[in-house]
Design a binder for this molecule. Structure first.
Ligand code: HEC
Ligand code: HEC
Ligand code: HEC
Ligand code: HEC
Ligand code: HEC
Length: 217
């Protein structure tokens, strides 16, 4: 009797099944894997800058305080970027001929500010304010990661709503004493007041901190 299914039929069926399984796996990866990849959330993203400025050299190496360059961070929603004059307080004396600083000198001579490309940005419909976080003991590195050790600034978070809410629902463990907010290398020690103590001292009430109107006004 002539076989309807030849001897190779099993092989073909198996190969087809395998291919289907692989396809399903790949689809699953596209659906669940890709949205979580850093490539997509832009975590670790660095921006191309007019000057290769290094926080590692200036913050950890030279010990310059954040507020020397981001001078409005305590008083306004925006942290602010340093004007060229701030760089020149030092670089008119040191490294005055370094090619790496040519753009800085040019910016001063032409009175055109350096245009830094942003690493952190939120959509316009989200309201954010640096000064309140700084005043309530949320350290810079809590949100910006170990920036004092970065030769090039890279993004430390995905800036999603969930990231904001994770802290707003339970800020206590992530608070620090007022004099440690700008410290890029601070670690909790045995002497640090507990999260609950800090929460009380700063008079923070997490029960209303997740209301939509806090961030969407
Ligand atoms: C308080 C002084 C001071 C200020 C302010 C300052 N720098 Fe520097 N900068 C230095 C010193 C010192 C070095 C040499 C660091 C080294 O080699 O360890 C340096 C090095 C550099 C370099 C060489 C590459 C590197 O990091 O080693 C660049 C580029 C640079 N600075 C850019 C800037 C820019 C842009 C600003 C302003 C936003 C600025 N600096 C503000 C002191 C300063
Ligand atoms: C000597 C000046 C200087 C000091 C001190 C300094 N910064 Fe900066 N900062 C800059 C410059 C210039 C840029 C823009 C280039 C870049 O993104 O690296 C920048 C960028 C940043 C950015 C990225 C902003 C964005 O969205 O693009 C963050 C966050 C930041 N700084 C945080 C800090 C913190 C936190 C400290 C203190 C621990 C600090 N900086 C100290 C000069 C400084
Ligand atoms: C609660 C989280 C949080 C803390 C704490 C925080 N930042 Fe930011 N930072 C952000 C977010 C979010 C943005 C983007 C803001 C936007 O796009 O409106 C940002 C943006 C910046 C920028 C870019 C310029 C600007 O103002 O938008 C700089 C510079 C900066 N931060 C420096 C600092 C410094 C210095 C500190 C500590 C004194 C600090 N940040 C503390 C979340 C934080
Ligand atoms: C690491 C903790 C932490 C993160 C992350 C954080 N916040 Fe906050 N936020 C706080 C604390 C603490 C307060 C102060 C609450 C108070 O005043 O009682 C605050 C206050 C605020 C306020 C002012 C609330 C008011 O009533 O005036 C706004 C607006 C805000 N956060 C927006 C954001 C946004 C947007 C993000 C994300 C991009 C964010 N925060 C991420 C801890 C955080
Ligand atoms: C602590 C700050 C914060 C609070 C509170 C908050 N949001 Fe958001 N929300 C954000 C941020 C940040 C984004 C931008 C997320 C992004 O760009 O991925 C966002 C985005 C959104 C979006 C745009 C769609 C999306 O998911 O990207 C909607 C809709 C939204 N929020 C609704 C709400 C509602 C409703 C509430 C109250 C239950 C709320 N949010 C409370 C910070 C907040």
């Amino acid at each position: 009797m002539a076989a309807i299914f030849g001897p190779r039929a099993n092989l073909v069926t198996n190969a087809t099944l395998l291919a289907l399984a692989a396809l399903a796996l790949f689809a699953a990866f596209l659906i669940w894997g890709v949205p979580l990849m850093h490539y997509n959330t832009q975590v670790s993203l660095t921006a191309l800058q007019p000057v290769q400025f290094s926080h590692q050299h200036h913050v950890s190496g030279l010990g310059i305080d954040c507020r020397y360059c981001h001078s409005s961070v305590e008083f306004t929603p925006s942290a602010g970027m340093p004007p060229t004059e701030t760089c020149m307080t030092c670089h008119s004396q040191i490294w005055t001929n370094a090619p790496m600083l040519a753009r800085v000198r040019q910016s001063l001579a032409e009175k055109k500010p350096l245009r830094w490309n942003r690493v952190y940005t939120l959509p316009d419909y989200v309201y954010f304010d640096h000064s309140i976080h700084v005043a309530k003991g949320v350290g810079c590195t809590e949100c910006h990661g170990p920036i004092g050790d970065m030769p090039l600034t890279r993004r430390a978070t995905d800036l999603t709503m969930r990231w904001c809410l994770d802290c707003h629902r339970n800020p206590a463990p992530r608070l620090r004493p007022p004099d440690k907010v700008f410290d890029p290398h601070w670690r909790r020690t045995a002497d640090t007041p507990s999260g609950a103590q800090l929460l009380a001292a700063y008079r923070i009430h997490p029960n209303t901190l997740s209301d939509c109107t806090v961030c969407h006004r």
